[in-house]
Design a binder for this molecule. Structure first.
Ligand SMILES: Cc1cc2nc3c(=O)[nH]c(=O)nc-3n(C[C@H](O)[C@H](O)[C@H](O)COP(=O)(O)OP(=O)(O)OC[C@H]3O[C@@H](n4cnc5c(N)ncnc54)[C@H](O)[C@@H]3O)c2cc1C
Length: 408
């Protein structure tokens, strides 16, 4: 990891504040050794903070997943990103009801393999000095006089162990046990299912396809190539069984045979989740899916989870303040606003959306990434204000569908 990529602005003396305030021998405990947790661990360990990561899986072989992220990931991770990148996307094709539009990306999106990403981040965290304790399931926490006590269960034999920490970071995903133990309310989640398929013959390896089919889902279907031969075709839904059925029907219609299925539930961002809570005299923090740090337009959580991890590392090192968390909050709230509008779109709205994509609007979509939504929106205000009116109409219209609105 290159030093200049870690946008931590804490002066070194504030790190020593942590080690000089009576919790010198206490460490930061990170629960969850996946994307957000490991990135937070690496950032803190690089600043000399003692870090222990507790992960329930017993070997560093997490479930494989093909993911698409913006080039922002490279800026955040530096060379730690490279080993996980399997392909680059330079063009998006959008389809709805027989209409199509294409967007050329100025900076390519990255197709990454989640297992390689996690292994790369684990290596970074360990090289920086963090210890990685696999096969340890977090169970509970409570304050003691000097900090926090974590109860973890050894997955191999069910034996309970206790560990003492100065603070705890919960990077343990959408159904975070750390969050529940520290008093955060549960998050709403939606199912995401994708299938690995052979790419259709007409599909270039540098192009991703998106279909808006509002009868099936208020989100969308996508096909992202991981190589010239294979890609991941997926859908986000609202109900697990329906979502899988819709995906199977979509595959059948396109004569695509599923090679394997990947899926899990993703948190729905409904409002900013404060990332820090006091427990006793110490703090518990959340990063990534545990704090719903997910762009609710696309349900992408990798880059935003890294930004959340960076923000929490800043907060720990700076005694609470974090510029990254402020900008992440603004960004996630903007995606929420866009989702509220899109969630009410019906077929005629999507058709109109594709029809309204004029050349400057398409250029703006290609120039800025999904992680810079404010810039895209500003440019669209200038070049195709009717798109904004369409969005506003979506916002002001009551849902016309019988399905329960996730985001009301
Ligand atoms: C099929 C699929 C496709 C996706 N596609 C994309 C995409 O294209 N782009 C994108 O940006 N996002 C995508 N996402 C979302 C993205 O994967 C998540 O937002 C991201 O992985 C969240 O990372 P995280 O580190 O916060 O949590 P997770 O990856 O959920 O990690 C949580 C970790 O905590 C561990 N853990 C849980 N409980 C405990 C416990 N009690 N004790 C110890 N350890 C525990 C788990 O084993 C796990 O390692 C996709 C998700 C799915 C399911």
């Amino acid at each position: 990891m290159r030093e200049e990529n870690i946008v931590l602005d804490a002066p070194q003396k504030e790190v020593s504040l942590i080690s000089g305030s009576g919790i010198a021998k206490q460490f930061v405990a990170v629960v969850g050794g996946s994307a957000a947790g490991l990135f937070a661990a690496a950032l803190l360990a690089r600043r000399g903070v003692p870090v222990r990561v507790f992960e329930r899986i017993e070997s560093l072989e997490p479930a494989a997943r093909t993911l698409i992220v913006t080039h922002r990931m490279r800026a955040l991770l530096g060379h730690a990103a490279e080993s996980s990148i399997v392909n680059e996307i330079r063009r998006f094709e959008l389809f709805t009801d027989g209409r199509a539009a294409a967007v050329a990306l100025k900076q390519p999106d990255l197709i990454i393999e989640r297992r390689a990403l996690i292994q790369g981040l684990a290596g970074e965290a360990q090289r920086a000095g963090a210890s990685l304790e696999l096969g340890r399931r977090f169970h509970a926490l409570h304050p003691n006089g000097r900090g926090l006590v974590l109860e973890v269960e050894r997955c191999s034999d069910g034996k309970r162990e206790e560990a003492h920490a100065g603070s705890i970071i919960g990077g343990d995903g959408a159904s975070s046990r750390v969050a529940r133990a520290a008093g955060w309310p549960p998050l709403e989640t939606v199912p995401l299912v994708q299938s690995i398929v052979r790419l259709p013959k007409d599909m270039p390896a540098d192009t991703a396809r998106v279909w808006f089919v509002p009868q099936d889902t208020p989100y969308f279907y996508w096909l992202i190539p991981e190589s010239a031969e294979r890609g991941a075709l997926g859908v986000i839904g609202e109900n697990g069984a329906d979502t899988r059925r819709h995906l199977e029907r979509f595959l059948e219609k396109r004569n695509l045979d599923p090679i394997e299925f990947q899926g899990a539930r993703i948190p729905v961002y409904k409002s900013w989740v404060p990332v820090r809570r006091r427990v006793g005299s110490s703090f518990v923090y959340l990063v990534g899916d545990a704090a719903a740090q997910v762009k609710v337009t696309t349900v992408g959580g990798i880059v935003t989870g890294f930004r959340g991890a960076l923000g929490v590392a800043q907060a720990i090192l700076n005694g609470g303040s974090s510029p990254e968390l402020r900008t992440l909050r603004r960004e996630l709230n903007l995606h929420l606003l866009l989702r509220r509008s899109l969630h009410r779109f019906q077929q005629p709205d999507y058709s109109r959306l594709v029809d309204l994509l004029n050349a400057p609007a398409i250029q703006s979509l290609g120039e800025y990434s999904r992680d810079e939504a404010w810039r895209i929106l500003w440019r669209i205000c200038l070049y195709q204000p009717r798109l904004l009116l369409l969005g506003l109409r979506g916002l002001l219209t009551r849902s016309r569908v019988s399905r329960p609105a996730v985001l009301s």
